[in-house]
Design a protein around this ligand. Structure first.
Ligand code: AP5
Length: 224
């Protein structure tokens, strides 16, 4: 039995699998905030914090940011008032040591991971999606040149700010991120499979079809 703030749902998948895209629908259905460690780290970069400056070095080359830095940041985020009824974690945990630390931290408060939604996407699709991704640093919207007609001047269709192609979406960095995922994060999926928490969704389909699969998977999960 898991409870409130300390009950979380995980969205897992390789870089570009569509975690951020589907997290929006999952959060709406669950009524919890979307807590994405990648977004939190990019926020720190924008604000020029020490954490952001340190993290940039790792992120730009597609490596993971050290566990202790990410853990501290995540705990701080989960203590905010909007996470009183739990949260959807996107991009965390990414290593076995993060997974164990999360279990210990949540378990100490009578909580835990209630479900893991895994978006399964072949590597060639990941690379194509990331090369077409454009992101807005202002409103944090994520778009894709292959999915949407974006303004020719590169402005964000949601807020008008400038869209960017993330540095770590360059093909050579993407290839490294996928390797890091296979080496460090795939074992985390096995860890949760052994706990029978993983609901697998075919993430190679159109966004709306995946959304239905994700919502179905959430319904099958234990209640919060
Ligand atoms: P992070 O930002 O978490 O990157 P990621 O996991 O690599 O995932 P992405 O954000 O790239 O992809 P996504 O799965 O969310 O896909 P999206 O929905 O955008 O992490 C970045 C870095 O931060 C890491 O490399 C690491 O350095 C650091 N970091 C973060 N967490 C950490 C942790 N816990 N520990 C240590 N370091 C950490 O979709 C991708 C594109 O495809 C978009 O353009 C989208 O519009 C499009 N798309 C989505 N769905 C579809 C579809 N069905 N069909 C066609 N296109 C689609």
């Amino acid at each position: 039995m898991t409870s409130g703030r300390f009950s979380v749902t995980l969205m897992m998948g390789a870089p570009g699998a569509g975690k951020g895209t589907q997290a929006v629908f999952a959060c709406e259905a669950l009524g919890v905030p979307h807590v994405a460690t990648g977004d939190l780290l990019r926020d720190h970069q924008r604000h020029g914090t020490v954490l952001g400056t340190t993290a940039r070095v790792y992120m730009d080359r597609g490596d993971l940011v050290p566990d202790d830095l990410v853990m501290g940041m995540l705990i701080e985020r989960l203590q905010q008032s909007d996470a009183a009824n739990g949260a959807l974690l996107d991009g965390f945990p990414r290593t076995l040591s993060q997974a164990r630390a999360l279990d210990d931290g949540l378990g100490a408060h009578g909580g835990g991971v209630r479900a893991v939604v895994y978006l399964d996407v072949p590597t060639d699709v990941l690379v194509r999606r990331l090369s077409g991704r454009r992101a807005c640093a202002n409103c944090e919207g994520t778009f894709n040149v292959d999915l949407q007609h974006l303004p020719a001047d590169g402005s964000c269709p949601a807020c008008g700010d400038q869209l960017v192609h993330r540095r770590d979406d360059e093909p050579s960095v993407v290839a490294h991120r996928v390797q890091v995922y296979l080496q460090e994060t795939a074992p985390v999926l096995e860890y949760y499979r052994e706990k029978r928490l993983v609901r697998e969704v075919d993430g190679s389909r159109p966004v709306d079809e995946i959304k239905s699969g994700v919502l179905q998977a959430l319904k099958q999960a234990a209640p919060p």
